[in-house]
Design a protein around this ligand. Sequence first.
Ligand code: SF4
Length: 204
Amino acid sequence: MSNILVYELDNKIYINLTNKCTNDCIFCLRNDKDDVKGQELWLDDENSTAQDVIKQLKNFELSDEVIFCGYGEPMLKLEVLKDVAKYLKENYPNIKIRVNTNGHANYVFKRNVVPELKGLVDEFSVSLNGVSSEEYERLSQPKFDGAYEEVKKFIKACSDEGISVVASVVEGYKGQHLDLEKCEQICASLGAKFRAREWIQGGY
Ligand code: SF4
């Protein structure tokens, strides 16, 4: 088997850097499925380099947008992500680069990494997943304490840096509903746009 580091979905190109994550969300797709539309995103190992990703990128036609999002938290591979984004910006300057993240990176790396991504990432989509730490912990099952506050701080760090940031929630997981109005207020207070993504069983 070979590692699928780059895959295509609905005419967009996605990059799957890792299977590690500091959350264990109850709605995480990888709990239910081994693939996204037939593309197996479980990796054989965690050793892939930026060159490995770039090699696979060359097999695809790149047009509008490239999204770092796979079966794991892409920001855990910060240096690889930065190198790949740099390659894309240098070779495909018109392509939008988005990172879908759980927003834990500044906690993990013990520094504000957002300024390092200015000019490389056009938009962050950060999983807010709740209006309180209790709700966040129930839905996202983070592997460290204080994660909800870290997520909010990360969102604010993005907007402070002038990088577009969307904070998202998964709405309606197995009939569980969030206070979307309050979520939106929290996003606005952090300088983020808000997106509620409806949970679809076995969806993506
Ligand atoms: S943050 Fe994303 S990859 Fe990590 S457990 Fe949650 S849904 Fe899955």
